[in-house]
Design a protein around this ligand. Structure first.
Ligand code: HEM
Length: 423
C-alpha cells in the first residue's frame, strides 16, 4: 500500500472522522510523530514500501526533484482556487513567483512587527495577572501588521472590504478568521470531515468575493492589469501568509514554555539589556532568532509534506532498497524525521539554538527545501522573532487553565491559547 492508497474520499463517514481525528491528534502530539519518524529512519526500506521518505538525504532528495515529485499533491486542498504552492514549474509558476517576490520586497517586516509588538505590550501589561489569548490578542495582530503591506495601498480594503472602516476591529478579525479556515484545509488535506471542508469552502467563497470587490485597487497597488492574475495571487497570498505564521508563533511559544530553563535564560538576558535597548541589540535579536528556528524544529507546523508522482520513478531511502513509486500515486515526506536525523544533525535530540549546521538549508526544513521552499521564510522568522522579544520583556508567561483547557484546538490548529503573566 502506498500513501496514495489511503484516500479519505473513498471512506465511509465514520472511518473518515476517525482518520481525521487520528491525523489531528498526531499533529497536536508531535512527539508521537517524531517517534514514528525515528522508526522510519531506522528501517528506511520498510518506509519506502509505503512511499515514506524519512532520512534527511531521502527527504532532501525527493524535495529537490520537483518534476518527479510534484507539488500538485496540494491542489485538491486549495479550496480558494489554484495557487503557486500547488503548481508545477512553468510560465504561470514563474510569473506568479516573480510577482510574489516583488511584493515581498516591499515589506518592512522588522519595523512593522517591532512596532505592533511595542504597541501591544503596554496593553497586555495593563491586564496584570488576568489571562488573555496569545493568538487573538497578540500574535494575530503582529503578523497582520507585518504582512498586510504586501497589498500595498489596497491593504486596508482587503482587510475590511471596500466600504468598511479601517478602525473596525471586528471586520479585521472576520477577515483573519476567514483566511485561517482556508489555510486549515491545506494542512488537514482531504482527510478533514465534510463539515470542516464545507466551512473552508464557505470561507474561500467569501475570500474570493472580498478580493474581487477590491480587485481594481489591488491592480493599481501592484501595477498588474490582468484580473485573473490578481485574483489568483491576491487570494492565494491572503490565505497562505498569515495563518501559518500565527500558528507557528503559537507553537514556538508552546515549545518555549515547556523548556523553563531556556525561557528563564532568555528572559534574564532581555532584562539585563533592558528596554528600549532590547529592540536595538542585534546580537540579542540574532540569539532570539536562533531560538525561534530551534523551537520550530521541535514543533514544525508542517511535520509532513506530500508530493504527487506523475510517472513511475523511485527514490533513495538510504536503506538497502530504493522506494518504488508508481505513477499516479503520492509520497509522504517526513520532515519531522529528517530534522532529527543524527546522520545530518549533530546531537540531534538536544535543544541547541547555536548548533553548527553543515547544511544550513536543512536547518530551514520547516519551510521546505530546494527551489520550492517557502519564499517568505526569512520574513516569517523575523515576525516571530519580534513577537518573542516582546514577550521576553514581560513578566513570566504561563498557560492559564482558569476556565478549562488553556489550549483549544480546531482540527490540527490551535484556535485559542490562554496565557497570563505571573505577578
Ligand atoms: C512561519 C510561517 C511559515 C511557514 C512555517 C511556512 C512554511 C512553508 C512550507 C513548508 C512551504 C513548502 C511547501 C512544500 O514544499 O510543499 C511553503 C511554501 C510557500 N510559502 Fe510559506 N510558510 C510560512 C510563511 C509564509 C508567508 C508569510 C508567506 C507569504 C507572505 C508564505 C508563502 C509561501 C508560498 C507562496 C509558498 C509556495 C512556494 C512555491 O511553491 O514556490 N509562507 N511555506
Amino acid at each position: 500500500m502506498k500513501f496514495s492508497a489511503c484516500k479519505p474520499d473513498a471512506m465511509p463517514p465514520g472511518l473518515r472522522a476517525l482518520f481525521y481525528g487520528v491525523f489531528c491528534w498526531l499533529n497536536r502530539n508531535i512527539i508521537v510523530l517524531r517517534g514514528m519518524g525515528a522508526l522510519l529512519r531506522l528501517w528506511p526500506s520498510l518506509g519506502g514500501l509505503f512511499g515514506l521518505a524519512a532520512r534527511a538525504r531521502a527527504v532532501t532528495g525527493v524535495l529537490t526533484r520537483p518534476r518527479s515529485f510534484s507539488n500538485t499533491a496540494h491542489a485538491p486542498n486549495l479550496v480558494a482556487g489554484d495557487y503557486l504552492i500547488a503548481m508545477d514549474p512553468g510560465p504561470t509558476y514563474d510569473s506568479d513567483r516573480a510577482l510574489l517576490e516583488q511584493r515581498l520586497a516591499c515589506l518592512n517586516v522588522q519595523v512593522d512587527a517591532d512596532g505592533e509588538t511595542q504597541r501591544r505590550i503596554p496593553q497586555l501589561k495593563q491586564l496584570g495577572g488576568k489571562s488573555f489569548d496569545l493568538i487573538e490578542d497578540y500574535l494575530m495582530w503582529i503578523a497582520f501588521h507585518a504582512i498586510s503591506p504586501v497589498f500595498g495601498t489596497a491593504a486596508n480594503s482587503v482587510a475590511v472590504g471596500a466600504g468598511g472602516s479601517v478602525t473596525d476591529i471586528g471586520l479585521q478579525r472576520q477577515y483573519l478568521l476567514e483566511i485561517r479556515y482556508v489555510a486549515g484545509q491545506l494542512l488537514a488535506g482531504s482527510s478533514s470531515t465534510l463539515r470542516v471542508q464545507r466551512r473552508a469552502e464557505l470561507c474561500a467563497d467569501s475570500l474570493s468575493a472580498r478580493i474581487a470587490d477590491v480587485s481594481g485597487q489591488i491592480q493599481n497597488a501592484w501595477g498588474v492589469s490582468n484580473s485573473k492574475v490578481i485574483e489568483r495571487n491576491a487570494v492565494g497570498l491572503a490565505w497562505i501568509s498569515h495563518p501559518v505564521t500565527v500558528q507557528s508563533g503559537a507553537l514556538v511559544v508552546q515549545e518555549l514554555l515547556s523548556r523553563p530553563e531556556v525561557y528563564r535564560t532568555l528572559r534574564s538576558r532581555a532584562a539585563n539589556i533592558g528596554a528600549p535597548r532590547v529592540w536595538q541589540d542585534n546580537s540579542f535579536r540574532e540569539c532570539v532568532r536562533n531560538h525561534v528556528l530551534e523551537l520550530m524544529r521541535f514543533r514544525p507546523i508542517f511535520p509532513l509534506l506530500a508530493r504527487a508522482v506523475p510517472r513511475d520513478t523511485e527514490f533513495e531511502t538510504g536503506g538497502r532498497r530504493n522506494a518504488q513509486c508508481p505513477g499516479g500515486g503520492q509520497v509522504a515526506i517526513w520532515s519531522i524525521a529528517a530534522l532529527f536525523d543524527p546522520r545530518a544533525v549533530s546531537d540531534s535530540r538536544r535543544f541547541c539554538p547555536h548548533r553548527d549546521w553543515p547544511d544550513e538549508d536543512l536547518r530551514w526544513l520547516m519551510f521546505g527545501y530546494g527551489d520550492r521552499r517557502c519564499p517568505a521564510r526569512e520574513y516569517a522568522v523575523d515576525i516571530l522573532t519580534s513577537a518573542l522579544i516582546g514577550l521576553l520583556t514581560m513578566p513570566e508567561l504561563r498557560l492559564a487553565r482558569d476556565d478549562g483547557k488553556a489550549i483549544i484546538y480546531d482540527g490540527p490548529l490551535m484556535s485559542r491559547m490562554r496565557v497570563r503573566f505571573v505577578q
